[in-house]
Design a protein around this ligand. Structure first.
Ligand SMILES: Nc1nc2c(ncn2[C@@H]2O[C@H](COP(=O)(O)OP(=O)(O)OP(=O)(O)O)[C@@H](O)[C@H]2O)c(=O)[nH]1
Length: 369
């Protein structure tokens, strides 16, 4: 029993859509279901009571509510949910105006207009909602207060009309205030979650990606490689004798060196390349759609750039170098193996005297010497 209801409410929602769009789709679905059911029931009642005009209006509204649900599947969820919401609002407002004009059942029709402010605010947002509600209440005032009740098919007392308007304006303000607060809280929550997400992926010192960010980038690169069947390369870099910089000039100077090294490393990269701080003074490069030979060439240039640059900290100039281990990642080896090979190549570059680039393919050839 619950499953069809859930299916109806979830109809059109999708993981790829934002939470806000999915929520609007659910509310459109829920509202069209409630609107459809209620107007259908009231329409049948009016039909049995032989109030043909009211029955026609209510049953037509019921059909329009049903259509608003279908629009989402016909046009596509995102655009469709907006159009469905518009259909619901126009339908709701028209129905309410007719109920105000005719009086509905025993003159109680106008009481339904209180459903208009929350629905309009939710579907159209704060600004458009205020605009739409102002238009609606203006029409209601014109209908109720046209001299000699010229636009009314029923009679209301003056007190009833004025109280109806006052209470409608009160409910409209409350709904507008609620919608405004909701939108503010939503944007604050969104901003904070983006900030947290950023903090979780970026290294505050160097401002490049941290290990977590680098790992995510690697996973994306693996999926791209599986799609387009082109290998990519990675390079691990480790600053040479970094401990002595810390020991001689202090930890803050070491931090400044790390920042400037990250800057030098980023400068040579193409937009599609990746750079992350893999560990303390260790960096990971990702070169998409690049074989080991080309990655080695780029890494060689990066190595030269760093060794040629004087890194200045507190007025003192430091010559900083780094060693690199490069490895090509293909679908034939796992990422762990590739990282391991890059690490071994880096170790070899260190052993060979530092300030060097060593490729994983050289490991076996060299060890055979
Ligand atoms: N200032 C600073 N130092 C760090 C940071 N992270 C790691 N380190 C230091 O980096 C140094 C790394 O030293 P080692 O791994 O011994 O290697 P090394 O001195 O660079 O020598 P080789 O790698 O063999 O060339 C350690 O002293 C760490 O304390 C950091 O965020 N800031």
């Amino acid at each position: 029993m619950l499953n069809p209801i859930r299916k109806f409410i979830e109809f059109g929602t999708h993981n790829s859509l934002s939470d806000d769009v999915n929520r609007r789709i659910r509310v459109v679905n829920m509202f069209s279901a409630v609107g459809m059911g209620l107007t259908f029931f009231l329409g049948l009642r009016a039909l049995f009571a032989q109030d043909t005009l009211l029955a026609c209006v209510l049953l037509s509204a019921s059909i329009l509510f049903a259509i608003s649900h279908k629009i989402q599947s016909m046009i596509g969820a995102k655009q469709g949910s907006i159009i469905s919401a518009m259909v619901i609002i126009v339908c709701l407002m028209s129905l309410m105006l007719i109920l105000v004009i005719t009086g509905g059942n025993a003159g109680t029709g106008p009481l339904w207009i209180f459903t208009v402010p929350p629905v309009t605010m939710f579907f159209t947002g704060f600004r458009r909602g205020l605009f739409a509600l102002t238009g609606f209440i203006t029409l209601v005032i014109v209908i109720l207060f046209t001299p000699d009740n010229a636009l009314l098919a029923t009679e209301y007392s003056y007190e009833f009309k004025t109280r109806l308007i006052y209470s409608f304006i009160t409910i409209s303000f409350l709904s507008a205030f609620y919608e405004y607060s909701r939108q503010r809280s939503y944007s604050t929550a969104l901003y904070l979650s983006e900030q947290f997400e950023r903090q979780a992926r970026y290294d505050p010192l160097t401002t490049i990606l941290n290990r977590r960010g680098g790992q995510q980038q690697l996973e994306q690169e693996i999926s791209r490689m599986q799609r387009n069947k082109k290998p990519f390369s990675i390079a691990l870099a480790d600053i040479d004798r970094f401990k002595s910089i810390n020991d001689t000039f202090g930890h803050d100077a070491g931090d400044e060196v790390l920042k400037q090294v990250a800057e030098v490393f980023s400068r040579r990269l193409r937009t599609q390349d990746g750079l992350s701080r893999w560990g303390g003074e260790e960096f990971l490069f990702i070169f998409p759609e690049t074989n080991e030979k080309d990655a080695q060439l780029v890494t060689e240039q990066i190595r030269e750039n760093l060794s040629a640059k004087a890194i200045s900290v507190d007025g003192k100039s430091h010559r900083v170098t780094s060693s690199f281990g490069v490895c090509e990642v293909t679908s034939l080896i796992s990422l762990t193996t590739a990282l391991n090979l890059a690490d071994q190549a880096l170790y070899r570059a260190k052993r060979d005297g530092r300030n060097k680039v060593c490729a994983a393919s050289e490991l076996t050839s060299k060890s055979n010497l």
